[in-house]
Ligand binder design. Sequence first.
Ligand SMILES: NC(=O)c1ccc[n+]([C@@H]2O[C@H](COP(=O)([O-])OP(=O)(O)OC[C@H]3O[C@@H](n4cnc5c(N)ncnc54)[C@H](O)[C@@H]3O)[C@@H](O)[C@H]2O)c1
Length: 388
Amino acid sequence: MKTVRIGIIGFGNQGSAYVRMLKEGRIRGGELAAVCDINEEKLNAQCEKFEVDCPRFTRHTDLLASGTVDAVIVTTPHYFHPPIVIDALNAGLHALSDKPAGVYTKQVKEMMDVAKQHPAQIFAIMFNQRMNRAYQRMRQMIADGALGTIKRVNWIITDWYRSQSYYDSGAWRASWKGEGGGVLFNQAPHQLDLLPWIVGMMPCKMQAHCHFGKWHDIETEDDVTAYMEFPNGATGVFITSTGDAPGTNRLEILGTKGKLVCENGQLLTFYENAVDEREFNKTYKGGFGAPEVTKKVLMRRHNIQMHQEILQNYVNAIRGKEPLKVSGFDGINGVEMMDAMLLSQWLGKMVEMPIDDDLYFAELNKRIETGRALKAETGTVLDTKGTY
Ligand SMILES: NC(=O)c1ccc[n+]([C@@H]2O[C@H](COP(=O)([O-])OP(=O)(O)OC[C@H]3O[C@@H](n4cnc5c(N)ncnc54)[C@H](O)[C@@H]3O)[C@@H](O)[C@H]2O)c1
């Protein structure tokens, strides 16, 4: 197939990163063919800054109808991901949504329903952290049974500190009307996707304590501690915040045969039991004592251009050169997780998963109706390098 002509919809912080990758020729077989941003002044300034000379549009529908692109990357604020992806698919184009897939499960399911009607078009999502080799190795080991039966999953992911100036840089940020959530919807979607992907199962119950505007002058959550239960009886704790400095990124998965620990998404250690703990429990007669453990460092550092790898795969999949690595259909899991956390806080109880889509949407709408009015957009563009 010929070169894939790509349109970027949403030319802000992250859109700039994709524009750079395409302009620098880092995506083989893909070219930047059009850009779109609803804010015309910003669009023009961005085109000048990045020396973009392809067609530009202020309405995504005009870009989709222009015949200038084969595929789009949607990197607007989250609420717009599903409706724009739906329009792109219905226009016969391939579509990649940035994370999260959307804000509420109902809209993500609508997008999935439309994608199912277009099986010949590629429907993808930017879960760049799925390309992290340590997380891939953990997933593979668990699938191969190296950990035995999963008992506990703990993730403290608080190493994306954000100051007030970050929140003030965009009117949509951390507001019910503009973003629909806070740290769960902007920073944590990567880990909320990875967690069930790595352990191979979704939780079935969730109880979360979400603190709204605890560390910043914002409406939405910036500090969350969630407890979850899985169908096999395993439990988990997920902690995230944009207020911790220094922060932590530590993922621990405990199974009957041992424990995997990944620190900072890099250092991966396996603590392997000589005997399965359940077997030891039944057979050991010595009172005090525990299975013998061997510590193995499996990986130390592994740098990878994760976004670039996802975009390269998107283009390759469109050209029929390799299968899609991360399907857009996978986007529902993370949204289910984040929505369950907020719903649990709003209802003040543990919620069953999957959640009630209509109830969530109604509860979200209450916050939108009574929430702050959106401020005027500032047009600020921040450099995202090193932030993911
Ligand atoms: N995958 C990653 O690592 C990663 C990193 C950062 C951001 N993101 C995602 O990218 C998205 C954008 O984040 P950002 O930090 O770039 O925000 P941003 O505010 O810098 O950029 C968003 C842009 O979209 C434009 N826009 C808004 N509504 C639009 C519409 N209907 N049509 C066209 N343009 C529209 C805005 O004017 C703005 O320029 C978010 O969903 C975020 O979660 C992903």
